[in-house]
Design a protein. Sequence first.
Length: 255
Amino acid sequence: MTVPSDVDARWLRCYRPRPASAVQLVCLPHAGGSASYFRPFGAAIGSAAEVLAVQYPGRQDRRAEPAVTDLKTLADEVFAALAGRLGRPVALFGHSMGAVVAYEVALRMEAAGVAPVHLFASGRSAPSRRGADDPRVRDDDDVLAEIAMLQGTSAQLLADPEVMAMVLPVLRADYRAVEAYRHDPQRRLRCAVTALVGDDDPRTTLDAARGWRDHTSGPARTRVFPGGHFYLDGHLETVAAVVTRALTEGSGRDS
């Protein structure tokens, strides 16, 4: 069994260790999100994979650390944290901002000769499809308007000034990192990619989600679920079944 290093212990959370699982599923959260967002998802996945949730700096037990303001630098750090865990196959699941970070981590893995078995890009337009629907966050009012629109934070928390004082700096940093990100059109994955999207997502259209097929020479699929940007919250079991099936049966290009 792999013994976590000090580095990956800071970055990776395994709420339900499953060392006998054939695949490790590394989950990367959205802007402002933390590793604990994926605790219920890890339970829903069951024994199909050992779920490792990434804890970005600046939140929860890492709140004293400055947030990383460049998504490619963040991907470098996540890849370094995974270095000691690449003895078993790795799949990547990223939601929203996390999908972009997961994509960049996948590129680094393939360049190092340890390709992921699958990339699941959830709630995020393909890197080549960014455009007018991307948020433009200039101040705290913009941040609050954005997270209210995405409906991922309760109105009670949004109205709590102490909570907002803790989370707003991280949200500002994350949104600015997303806005500044540019993908390298010369780089393309070889692994299987599944895009997942809510049918009422105000930021990610079905066409923009399907654009992920242009970022791999491997199999590509798109899966649509009822709901908005945080469709995952209401469909944990269904999404877990889709992920499990893809990991155990493989996938073909159908989108």
